[in-house]
Design a protein around this ligand. Structure first.
Ligand SMILES: [Fe+2]
Ligand SMILES: [Fe+2]
Length: 357
């Protein structure tokens, strides 16, 4: 789950109390119209959902999230910018996982009476996300900080998304999460010398949880013809792909220090995650982006450069009004680039269905 949340409600605690720097890339908490979610007819994908429930019940990762002895050592040798970049990575990942937990838990609670099948599936997804968040939180403990999840639960601020948007965005966050975890895992398999902390060894089975969660949301999406059979759904699909990819690309480059620590080139990692997620999304979405178009990564790259300038202004000591004034043309320019990417002719995934791997 990826997503944003106001700074005031986000504080890491124990040892060092620290607040996560807030910007548009900060993970968010979502809420939706639960009444509408309960009233939708999911029967078109009943068989698929039953199969997914059986997989979720099987709980393949029941014993996976147990810390082994490799964690029991000092991590003080990871210092400076690298340490900060890694803590930032852990924090945001933890909040994303936790926001998934809260959303799935609430969906489960609200659907219990009317759709026991989905209620159980959401409950089991919440189980997985709680494990993921907890595991990351323990990792943060190794670096003298931890998220105060109790505080977050009480003070969370929600962003409202209609259920249709939740289905598109959760599907994408689960699948992009899968690709992020597996690409890091496979890279470290080839370059074990870059495995600076044991967390990454857990990513192979971990990403299978995210993959299953994505498949569940794929079934939800395909159960609603208006989410893939209409011309509007084609526009929405590409819109959500673009917002998820833009957020991803800016986040990866804000955390470039962390990826370099892993021996991964941020630009290549970024592009591979985007290509793979876009390819995967063609199995669920009616239309996807054309990542091979020469303008696609070129313009995303421009957005990153502009975002670096925005961060520089943010970090300056200028008065707020002057910062806002200086940032405005840069922000408009980012929107311009994204709009031009959006207008690149998409790929008709319905026509490809059956041939896409
Ligand atoms: Fe997760
Ligand atoms: Fe997940």
């Amino acid at each position: 789950m990826v997503t944003s949340l106001p700074n005031s409600s986000l504080e890491a605690s124990t040892g060092k109390k620290k607040a996560l720097k807030e910007n548009i890339l900060t993970p968010r908490f979502y809420t939706t119209d639960f009444e509408k979610a309960a009233n939708l007819d999911y029967s078109a994908q009943d068989e698929e959902l039953q199969a997914m429930l059986a997989e979720m019940r099987a709980d393949y990762n029941r014993h996976h999230f147990t810390r082994d002895e490799e964690f029991n050592q000092s991590w003080e040798h990871i210092t400076g910018e690298a340490r900060q970049a890694f803590i930032d990575y852990l924090e945001r990942s933890c909040v994303s996982e936790f926001s998934g937990f809260l959303l799935f838990k609430e969906l489960s609670r609200r659907l219990k009476a009317r759709n026991p099948l989905l209620a159980e599936i959401f409950n089991l997804m919440a189980r997985d996300e709680a494990r993921h968040a907890g595991f990351l939180n323990k990792a943060m403990g190794d670096f003298d900080c931890a998220m105060d999840l109790g505080y977050l639960t009480k003070h969370r601020v929600y962003t409202f998304f209609p259920i249709e948007w939740v289905i598109y965005t959760v599907y994408l966050s689960e699948k992009i999460g899968y690709w992020r975890y597996i690409i890091i895992y496979r890279h470290l398999e080839k370059h074990p010398e870059n495995q600076f902390y044991p967390l990454f060894r857990y990513f192979e089975s971990w990403c299978q949880d995210e993959n299953r969660h994505g498949d569940i949301f794929k079934a939800l999406l395909r159960s609603q013809p208006k989410l893939w059979k209409t011309w509007q759904s084609r526009l929405w699909s590409r819109f959500f792909l673009l917002t998820v990819f833009a957020t991803h690309t800016l986040t990866v480059h804000e955390r470039a220090g962390f990826y370099r620590l892993l021996g991964l080139a941020p630009t290549e990692f970024d592009a591979e995650v985007i290509r793979k997620t876009n390819e995967t999304a063609a199995r669920a979405f009616p239309s996807v982006l054309n990542t091979e178009h020469p303008e696609f990564f070129k313009r995303l790259h421009c957005c990153r450069e502009l975002n670096v300038k925005i961060s520089e202004i943010d970090n300056s000591s200028q008065p707020k009004w002057l910062k806002a004034l200086r940032k405005l043309p840069l922000q408009l320019s980012i929107i311009g680039h994204l709009l031009r990417i959006y207008l690149i002719k998409g790929i008709d995934a319905e026509a490809l269905r059956g041939t896409v791997r």
